[in-house]
Ligand binder design. Sequence first.
Ligand code: SAM
Ligand code: SF4
Ligand code: SF4
Length: 357
Amino acid sequence: MKIIPIHTDAITPSIAPDDIPADGPLSDRRGREVRDLRISVTDRCNFRCVYCMPRSVFDKDYPFLPRKELLSFEEISRVARVFAARGVRKFRITGGEPLLRKHVENLIEQLAAIDGVELTLTTNGVLLPRMAQRLKNAGLHRVTISLDAIDDPTFRAMNDADYPVSDVLKGIDAAAAAGLGPVKVNMVVKRGVNDAGIVDMARHFKGSGHIVRFIEFMDVGSSNGWKMDEVVPSREVVERIDQVFPLENADPNYIGEVAERWRYRDGSGEIGVISSVTQAFCSTCTRIRLSTEGKLYTCLFAQNGHDIRDLLRRGASDEEIDSSIASVWLAREDRYSEIRTENTARQRKIEMSYIGG
Ligand code: SAM
Ligand code: SF4
Ligand code: SF4
């Protein structure tokens, strides 16, 4: 079969057509199968979280992608179907703020029609009170909602757009009421900024049925000024909570689960910790990302992507799209978090708001 060369700004070792299995799962060079597809639907956001879209960089002159550059919902669904045929079992819609993409529920409807795939979305939550039911009706299964503090001044300082905590809490309630729970609540922990509120955050959601996940601050992109000493290791997060609310380790729900689970010993629920910096989980990383304008990224810390949009717009067949995707995944060797240093952190990388968190 002919492989249409995929336009790439990444250096990809070429894969011989004979090395691409005709069907079935795809394994990369480290034996990891592609299982999760993260789809970014916009690079824009109504927040300016200091660790993701610092206002000094993402200001009024920032060159966000023009509309015509974005993949259409039909184009996204087509790529998603090809991935599903290769064994991808989870789609996550993200961004930027995915609820800012007009009629995102239409995309959800198209993706929900693909059999055997779990469909989730990550959001800052403030648009959920008016959208949660629509998303549920379109076929969304669950949402993850980001909330970096339960203390209002700290949260306003972190989102840097003056959104109060109450707006996000209303979003969490709306999601639960619409049947999109249990909600996972993501808190990025930055030392000296919001780490004093770790226990308060745990306390607020303890017994609620929602699961708070504490995420180590990462050196994604090139604009967030990451420093190792601003990372609060997950071990420390667990210790701090355990001193107040005793915890015990819980088994992962499935192999390769990113969050490590900890249960409250009194049976009132669980928390998760995501230790992307201090305990790299690259060896089980099965994620690929599709950017807003249709580039594939095989790692969150990638410097370059592989353009798939050109292929779609040149009228390629599903078979051709499949073999191009396969050649990208089969050549994959990424393990950035295992080799991270202060130096690699300074390299130019793709911004998280563009590639999708
Ligand atoms: N806007 C949506 C939101 O905030 O949930 C979705 C996109 S956001 C990029 C996805 C997730 O990435 C959020 O939970 C966010 O907190 C997390 N994130 C962004 N920058 C991060 C960083 N530097 N370190 C760790 N997590 C980060
Ligand atoms: Fe927007 Fe999410 Fe990034 Fe915050 S973390 S700036 S809400 S994309
Ligand atoms: Fe996966 Fe890259 Fe993160 Fe490692 S650093 S877990 S390869 S996304």
